[in-house]
Design a protein around this ligand. Structure first.
Ligand code: ATP
Length: 231
């Protein structure tokens, strides 16, 4: 059970961005996808969420092909953050929550609780363009988790955040995992993966060069070697 990628390949103009990638991500775990720029992390995520169709191979969630599912079970934080700058936080989150089938009262309640936890409780009626980049990123994160997805895909969630916000987001990720959410996130930074993940995969040119349990990988390869590939 959980998320399964079975020999997933995605080519662009005949060139594979993801190449025969097989992954098994157990339910309720935090999984790290590492790799340098262009390794294929974002493309893998886009195939998982069904934004791109795999050229070959399949993605399964709890043993069912993902395209047979409604997408409400997934939450996605994309690498390119996209909010509506002129709209208030509340307006756009109500809009996004409704697209996910939530009621307005439920959305507002969840939003209030997330804003509180992210230490920006009075931002409900602020326009997005008035917020700092870090706070915009937190709003984007909230938009990915508001509907309580079972599977959360986070593309470079910590990039561009200051250490305090990185910590807040990490705590949120751990709490979501404890509530049973399965989480996959990408990063260039080994330290985030070491702290949060039990299993990981390092991609290079769309292929996994290392994958498995972090503790086991560290024993076999040594930390130094891992950093070379991941940084
Ligand atoms: P980064 O950390 O820079 O985001 P990444 O590991 O997420 O990198 P991808 O964005 O998946 O890597 O890119 C993998 C390869 O596929 C790169 O060579 C990229 O140029 C190419 N690629 C990605 N999307 C497309 C597309 N829509 N059309 C053509 N080529 C693409």
């Amino acid at each position: 059970m959980g998320l399964t990628l079975d020999r997933v390949t995605k080519t662009f103009a005949g060139v594979p961005a993801v190449n025969e990638l097989s992954l098994q991500i157990p339910e309720g775990e935090i999984f790290g996808l590492l790799g340098a720029n262009g390794a294929g992390k974002t493309t893998t995520f886009r195939v998982i969420i069904g934004l791109l169709e795999a050229s070959k191979g399949n993605v399964f969630w709890n043993e069912k092909k993902v395209h047979y599912y409604k997408s409400n079970y997934i939450g996605y934080l994309p690498e390119e953050r996209g909010l509506y700058p002129k709209l208030k936080v509340k307006e756009q989150l109500i809009y996004l929550g409704r697209l996910r089938g939530m009621k307005k009262t439920e959305i507002v309640k969840e939003l209030e609780s997330w804003l509180e936890r992210f230490r920006i409780p009075d931002y409900m009626n602020q326009r997005v363009e008035e917020l700092s980049k870090g706070n915009q990123q937190k709003i984007q994160f909230i938009s990915a988790v508001l509907h309580k997805p079972n599977l959360l895909i986070l593309d470079e969630p910590f990039s561009g955040l200051d250490p305090v916000n990185v910590e807040l987001l990490k705590q949120a990720v751990v709490e979501l995992k404890e509530r049973g959410t399965s989480i996959v996130f990408s990063s260039h930074r080994m330290e985030h993966v070491e702290e949060l993940c039990k299993h990981l995969c390092i991609l290079e040119k769309g292929k996994p060069i290392v994958q498995g349990e972090l503790a086991e990988i560290k024993r076999s390869f040594g930390k130094k070697n891992l950093r070379i590939h991941a940084d």
